[in-house]
Structure formats: C-alpha cells, structure tokens
Design a protein around this ligand. Sequence first.
Ligand SMILES: Cc1cc2nc3c(=O)[nH]c(=O)nc-3n(C[C@H](O)[C@H](O)[C@H](O)COP(=O)(O)O)c2cc1C
Length: 183
Amino acid sequence: MDEIRILGIVGSLRKGSYNRLALKAAQGLMPSGAVLNLIELHGIPVFNQDNEMSLPASVFEFKRQILAADAILFATPEYNYSLPGGLKNAIDWASRPYGESAWTDKPAAVMGASVGNLGTARAQYHLRQILVAQNMPMVSQPEVMIGNAAQLFDPDGKLSDEPTRQHIQKLLRALVKLVENSR
Ligand SMILES: Cc1cc2nc3c(=O)[nH]c(=O)nc-3n(C[C@H](O)[C@H](O)[C@H](O)COP(=O)(O)O)c2cc1C
C-alpha cells in the first residue's frame, strides 16, 4: 500500500510554540507506513474575498499542500476560549473559491496544547465545528488536549511526558485507520 502522507498544521506562529513541539513529537510517533510533514501559517494574509479568484502565492502553496496530503492533523492553541484567528483565517482561504475547497472529504484529526488546565478543549470544539462545514471525516477519539504544557516539555523542547506521548500515538493510529478506511 502507498505511504500515507499526513500534513500537520501548526496553529501558532510563536517561535517556542508548544503546539509545534507537540507536532514534532508526533513526527517521532508515527505508525509505520505513514509520514507527518508540518506546515506553518507564516505569510498568509488576512482573507479578502476580492482575491479568492487569484490566490496570493502563500495561500496557493498552502492549498497545494493540503490537496497533496492524505489527511490533516491540526494542532491548535486556545486564544480566548477559541482557536487563533490566524488558523481560522487559513482555513477560510483554503475553503475558497466556492466549490473548490481543499478540505472537502479530507480525513482529519485535532489536537492542541495550552498552558491552561483545559488543554484547548474549548478551541478544539470550535475547530471541529468549522471542519463540519468542510465535510471532513474526523477522528472523534481520543481527544488530545495537552494542558499545563509548560510542565510537559523539556527545556530543549522534547515532549517528555510519557502518557501524553502515548495519547498522541493513539490519535495518530486512529487517523491512519480513518485514511485506510476511506481508500
Ligand atoms: C491572545 C491569547 C489568548 C489566550 N487565551 C487562552 C485561553 O483562552 N485558554 C488557554 O488555555 N490559554 C490561553 N492562552 C495561553 C496559551 O495557551 C499559550 O499562549 C500557549 O502557549 C499558546 O500556544 P503555543 O505555545 O502553541 O503558541 C492565550 C494566549 C494568548 C496569546
């Protein structure tokens, strides 16, 4: 069977982002036969529907990578009880123009890391609602909500908490299974 290519979307632009670090940990936990490549949201302008018929280069490349992937793994921070505006903005761009969304039918999973106790729970439910609009088949369980993130990563950025690593591994297995079932 062909290798399964998963695109991990880094929902934070921050240099020391725990969400990026969580995705980097996931890269080392992939099931055999699957790879995880990461994409950043740097350089994506604020959405303007006037430009949706001639996409800015950064958006065109973002869309291209989504279309080329077999599945998407979102890693979202929580900003004010929701997902960051930058991530919503990128999702909006890639959903346009009407009828040409890059997300449609693309299997997806969601995880998130936060310094708070609830580990992005509220952001993840908002994100899931948005993905319903794109008709994306989604992994329901496990829910990977990494709370108190500052305590779970080493100073060198490695995810050292073994239960969290195992939880991410379960999510990755579930996403790969979702892709296999949709082939
Ligand atoms: C504008 C803003 C709003 C935030 N709101 C929340 C929040 O509602 N819940 C929460 O758990 N953390 C909140 N935080 C803290 C984030 O969890 C923390 O900044 C986290 O490190 C962001 O993810 P990152 O490390 O991937 O950048 C907020 C941070 C910012 C900058």
